[in-house]
Design a protein. Structure first.
Lengths: 504, 348
């Protein structure tokens, strides 16, 4: 049921920031009862387009019409009032408030002069139930995993009687089950006639849910297509702007075995943290990628955090190069040559207000200590070198890293660690929220580093990615290691069977 | 030209400098002798020198405060630390004028250097305590330092046994009242601390680490920075600056008053940091800005006194000026202003 008239039209939208043209004559049409995906690489202008629509950024030129009326929202509130609701890529909620408060914050229903808490509780429970989430809405938001928090953000957006719902990468922290739940909810909304704008990096999800696709590249409008009429390959080609065949994305080369060291670089025996992670044995070799396979919450990140000295361990031992060590803090782990790219790039990785240069040399400087300060010239040389080597797209190294797109931030974080010349690199979801081309580049970089003799621990919630990158996979379930397989003899199904089989 | 002007107004130091200049001009308008400096007995005298001299203790503390605030913290116990350190140094020196064989000599209870070192050590201990609470126990900085703020004056009273301790040992007066090469000695102290600090911040990784911890403590820790140790020592240093300030204050008034020494100096110091363009949310900081911020406050105070504003309303006048200055420094207002100033026709 697709009506002929679009509910929302954006025409010739332009927006530039100092030094960068973010959007150039971009068009967008949203139809009621339709899910519209905006696709593009990092820095293509997707986020800016959404910000222009939701009043976060004011376009320099162009017009936006909602039901034929010219609109110019200047704040998120204003956009919400006229019926445009948004769920952002990173959860924008207050972790210290309860779930119910988060859903109703800023528009508490009143009863006389008092806030009607009963109604809030009732309605937020119902709003979440519509998404098939059944939790105690009076609990503090931070007690729930990110996936649930994301659903709360969606419930919040839905409960504002929106006509247009915008989802900016809502699925980047959800597991498959939760994605399915979300999609079910989205289909319901679509059937009710809502216009939904959906931004994602996942091709599968784009095709699973969207009716129409708009492609942006370098801030320019490339085209609007019906999803059914655009093949995956064509979509990737229009996004990237050059020929990429899908098989190159599935590149699989574990190379020769000779480069793998005889003895493990890191050997953990019975390493555990009560209430956090059950004792685990892991051997990580230089020149080899060890993948951690498992579902969300299976203990992947917990394992990484134990090995980097973040979380307290109360059992087991770690040997590095055959010598027993105690990793009681990240700085100790760094001294041992371990590097860690955390899962949450924004809150645990980048130091947003510092420049790219400062971010890149941060770990190296920390390893050298306060008094062995790298001269600025050396800093710039290192930063420029990595910017070139890893293809970080930026005019210069002095910009705040927060201004970079997600993929480029991730590359800068990789540079931070490569600059320390580490012996082992832990990568927790290094490709989350990053477009395909950048994903490919990052995985290529990881492989190249591995070939140079780096030990790598690779974590991803995309099993296909783990299989593609890893030499061996340690399979986790319920914060416990249930086995180890060679990725050559495995496919997604066999890993999932392992996870499921042990469950039965 | 326009581009240059715009860059200039975006500089962190632009507005503090403008404010300070304005404040001086106001003084000059009402008092034509404001910028005059004369030499009496080989010493420099004048309003400007006076302002600098009087600002010295607060400037010292504001420098330590800048680092604390850059780490997302705050230290409201520095006033109490001034009282404690002042009580220690005054009680230890005490002193009397003794005439021996017709020769006047000044005698102190303990040698002055020992007393000074002890006072600084006591101040350092105050800082270690704060650092322990904030970095070790993970208390919120304002609560952690509130403890010492409240308890500190009590401790100082214990040291002085409830009395105002008067110092009769003349060499000690040099710190707060003396001149060296015509310039007040206290300014040398400020200069030495400032230069040492600038060196630490710019020639070692300290500045980078403090900013990283202030902007994103988790990411800083995950990069291998020992964030807790860093925060701990920053609090220790801040209290040490309060100890140095206490020496000047005590020497200046030749006595230690546990109740009033350094009273509300923490607020002036915090204000100086804010006026200097360092965000109270932590992160990027600017020591020179803090210096200018401190001078703005002192110049304002001077103006209020020299204009003869009735004492009962001078706090109100001060508040209004501070409000206006803070308003001008808010980035939102600045963005609005520079929009109107620099691109009037571009909106179309």
């Amino acid at each position: 049921m697709i009506s002929a008239e679009p509910i929302l039209v954006m025409k010739d939208i332009c927006k530039s920031f100092p030094g960068v043209v973010a959007l150039k004559n971009v068009q967008l049409r949203l139809f009621p009862g339709e899910i519209h995906a905006v696709m593009g690489q990092n820095g293509a202008g997707k986020s800016t387009l959404i910000k222009a629509l939701t009043g976060v950024e004011i376009p320099d030129a162009g017009e936006i019409r909602l039901k034929g009326q010219l609109i110019q929202p200047t704040s998120v509130n204003e956009a919400q009032k006229i019926g445009i609701s948004t769920v952002y890529q990173e959860v924008n909620l207050c972790p210290n408030l309860s779930v119910a408060e988060n859903i109703f914050i800023g528009r508490f229903p009143m009863r006389g002069f008092a806030i009607d808490w009963k109604a809030i509780e009732r309605e937020s429970t119902a709003a979440l139930a519509a998404l098939n989430i059944h939790i105690d809405v009076n609990q503090t938001l931070s007690e729930f995993p990110v996936a649930i928090q994301q659903m709360v953000a969606i419930a919040r957006a839905l409960s504002t009687e929106a006509q247009v719902l915008i989802l900016d990468e809502p699925t980047s922290s959800l597991d498959e089950d939760e994605v399915e739940r979300l999609f079910k909810a989205l289909r319901q909304l679509k059937a009710k006639g809502m216009a939904i704008l959906f931004v994602t990096h996942f091709l599968d999800q784009t095709y699973a849910i969207s009716d129409r696709i708009t492609v942006l590249r370098n801030g320019e409008f490339i085209g609007e297509y019906m999803a059914s009429a655009l093949s995956r390959l064509d979509l990737i080609n229009t996004m990237v702007g050059r020929e990429i065949n899908e098989s190159s994305y599935a590149v699989q080369d574990t190379g020769d075995e000779n480069r793998v060291a005889d003895k493990p670089f890191v050997s953990a025996q019975g390493l555990g943290s009560t209430g956090n992670m059950r004792p685990i044995d892991l051997d990580i070799y230089q020149g080899q990628v060890l993948g951690l396979g498992g579902l969300l919450g299976s203990g992947r990140t917990e394992t990484a955090r134990m090995l980097f000295g973040i979380d307290y361990t109360d059992s087991g031992t770690i040997h590095i190069d055959g010598k027993p060590v105690k990793l009681s803090s990240p700085s100790k782990a760094v001294q041992q040559g371990i590097a860690f790219c955390p899962e949450d790039r924004k809150t645990e990785g980048i130091v947003a207000d510092l420049s790219i240069r400062e971010n890149i040399i941060l770990a190296l400087q920390a390893r050298r200590g306060v008094f062995h300060y790298l001269p600025k010239r050396a800093q710039t040389a290192i930063a420029d070198d990595y910017i070139k080597q890893l293809g970080i797209r930026t005019p210069d190294a002095e910009r705040p890293i927060g201004q970079l797109s997600g993929g480029n931030q991730q590359k800068a974080l990789l540079a931070r660690w490569l600059a320390t010349d580490p012996k082992m690199l832990i990568l927790d979801e290094p490709t989350r929220g990053i477009d395909i081309a950048a994903k490919l580049e990052i995985m290529e970089l990881v492989k190249a580093q591995c070939r140079k003799g780096l030990a790598i621990l690779f974590i991803s919630s995309e099993m296909s990615e783990v299989l593609r990158v890893s030499d061996r996979i340690a399979v986790l379930r319920d914060r416990q290691k249930i086995g180890e397989i060679n990725s050559k003899d495995a496919d997604e199904q066999s890993v999932f069977r392992m996870i499921a089989g042990a469950e039965a | 030209m326009n581009e240059k002007l715009r860059n200039l107004t975006r500089s962190q130091l632009f507005w503090p400098c403008v404010t300070l200049t304005l404040m001086c001009l106001v003084n000059f308008y009402f008092n034509r002798g404001f910028f005059d400096i004369e030499i009496k007995d080989g010493h420099l005298y004048g309003s400007v020198i006076d302002i600098l001299n009087r600002a010295a203790p607060m400037l010292l503390i504001a420098m330590g405060m800048t680092l604390v605030i850059a780490t997302r913290g705050i230290d409201i116990s520095v006033g109490a630390t001034v009282a404690i350190a002042g009580a220690v140094v005054a009680s230890m020196i005490g002193g009397s004028l003794v005439i021996q064989d017709g020769v006047q000599t000044y005698v102190s209870n303990v040698p002055m250097p020992v007393a000074i070192i002890c006072a600084l050590l006591v101040a350092l201990i105050c800082g270690l305590w704060n650092g322990l609470l904030v970095a070790g126990a993970g208390m919120q900085p304002i609560v952690a330092t509130l403890i010492l703020m409240v308890a500190g004056r009590g401790v100082a009273q214990l040291v002085t046994e409830g009395q105002i301790v008067t110092v009769y040992y003349e060499p000690f007066f040099f710190i707060g009242n003396g001149f060296l090469l015509g310039i007040p000695f206290s300014l040398y102290i400020v200069a030495v601390v400032l230069i040492a600090l600038l060196f630490m911040v710019h020639r070692t990784a300290l500045g980078l680490f403090i900013e990283a911890v202030g902007i994103n403590p988790v990411a800083a820790r995950f990069s291998g920075i020992s964030a807790r140790a860093l925060v701990f020592w920053v609090y220790a240093f801040c209290s040490l600056t309060a100890g140095i300030a206490a020496l000047i204050v005590t020497s200046n008034v030749k006595s230690a008053d546990a109740n009033n020494a350094g009273l509300t100096i923490e607020l002036d110091a915090i204000l100086a940091v804010a006026l200097g363009g360092t965000s109270l949310a932590g992160g990027r900081f600017n020591l020179i800005g803090t210096l200018i911020g401190g001078l703005i406050i002192q110049t304002l105070t001077y103006a209020i006194y020299s204009l003869g504003v009735p004492p009962e309303i001078n706090m109100v006048v001060k508040a209004i000026v501070v409000f206006a200055v803070c308003l001008f420094q808010s980035s939102e207002l600045r963005a609005m202003l520079s929009k109107h100033m620099f691109r009037p026709g571009e909106a179309a």
